[in-house]
Design a protein around this ligand. Sequence first.
Ligand code: HEM
Length: 517
Amino acid sequence: MMKPHVDNLWLVALASKCKSLSPSHTIILAFVFSLSWLILNMIFWAHPGGSAWGRYRWAKLFFFHRAIPGPRGVPVVGSMDLMAGLSHCRLASAAESCGAKRLMAFSLGETRAVVTCNPEVARDILNGSSFVDRPAKESAYELMFSRSIGFAPYGLYWTTVRRIASAHLFCPKQLKASAHQRLELANMMAEALDCSGKEGEPICVRNVLKLASLNNMMYAVFGRRYVLDSANTETAELRDLVEEGYDLLGQLNWSDHFSFLADFDVQKIRSRCARMVPRVNRIVGRIMAERDTTGLDFADVLLSLKGPDRLSESDMISLLWEMIFRGTDTVAVVMEWILARLVLHQDVQSRVQHELDAVVGKTRAVTESDLTDLVYLTAVVKEVMRLHPPGPLLSWSRLSIRDSTVGGYRVPAGTTAMVNVWAISRDPDNWPDPLSFKPERFLMGEEITDLRLAPFGSGRRSCPGKVMGMTAVSFWVARLLHEFAFEAAGGVDLSEELRLSCEMKKPLAVRVRRRMN
Ligand code: HEM
């Protein structure tokens, strides 16, 4: 993993000479050693952006380039506090107070990081050819995600697996082929809401949404079908694994940022990962063995690959598991935010239902081919993703593979970069009246092509599951709103909780009334 810094080695060499010294000389030397270490670290820390940036500039004599503004944080530790809790809010207010919304430098222990709250600078990061890698994360490595698309280093393996997934999982033909499964799940969701809300009982929609999106991915990946509302040990186990994986990958791991902690497992992340991997292998292995091979799902495709595209068994498991993992929570999180906003803004909900009645009528159910005519619903989905992007910092940071220029500043290779899409969408410079929920802003005829709205990221490492995710979200929301009117059961609390995705802190509880029979 990380290596000790060369600039500290002379101090170690000096200390090794202590053996031949008298006790008083040893004490003096220890004092000189500590003082030098302290002075050195104070010099590094005094640099804008803190210790990691200072150390780099001194080691590489990188003084000719303009320094990127940013908080110093705490000596040695840097600004680890910025990444705790709702880090998108903390980073946005730090950037505001440093006058560094375009680009802010900060240190996470030994890691040099930058973050932007500006859509043009975001383009430099996301769409260029420099920030195409992902920073190494111990949890991702331990969970075998380093062989999945999202965390694989930029190179031949990543290109190969991304190409295979684009051609066989995310392509229009495959999406069309799985439409009947989304329809079946929409029927099951409607039935589940009907049963649970019969007597005007409050319903916690999160469970239904997460199970539906898990089932959706299990079908696309393994051709596996489950009944939505039955107590099933396999889906319970899968849900538990997705939750645990989210928790592990979302945690700020100090070992990722301090090389001296690399051998310890202070936060017990490594041991939790070690317990999780055999569980994933067992369940995926069992499902693979029990499958009936129809040749239609993604697992079949991977098994049939030949020549240089042929993947090892563990690489296959990593890729298949990534799809379940990525595709389950993101879709459910977006849907819960949409329903929360529609419950809160009843006028918007009525307008969506008017549109559904006009386009679909009241005698048949919504189909996916109706979606292109549901322009107001599309605007609602975009407005929710603007205000509540599931990845406010795009979930996974980028890592630069070469020196580059970002927002007019020189940024060295090996720097971690984040884009604060949450701050970009709430900035009055980018959106008029940004905090108001106004789907109409997307009906003005202007297609947003810049990065003022980028919930799926952009560039080479943008989300390959965008169309798949958006089809499920839009179709299911349309279907539910066509059949039911939603009201809040108690209040709607829009507070956020950031794990790997940003979800509602308090799960949404609703009451439903049937609109159609
Ligand atoms: C509404 C749903 C979704 C949202 C909001 C979302 C968002 C994102 C974001 C922000 C990224 C990082 C992009 C970047 O760095 O520029 C990403 C990457 C990724 N997403 Fe999604 N995603 C969604 C659905 C899905 C689905 C359904 C799948 C697969 C089944 C998926 C698979 C992936 C993968 C594999 C990557 C890594 C791409 C790479 O590093 O090359 N996503 N997603």
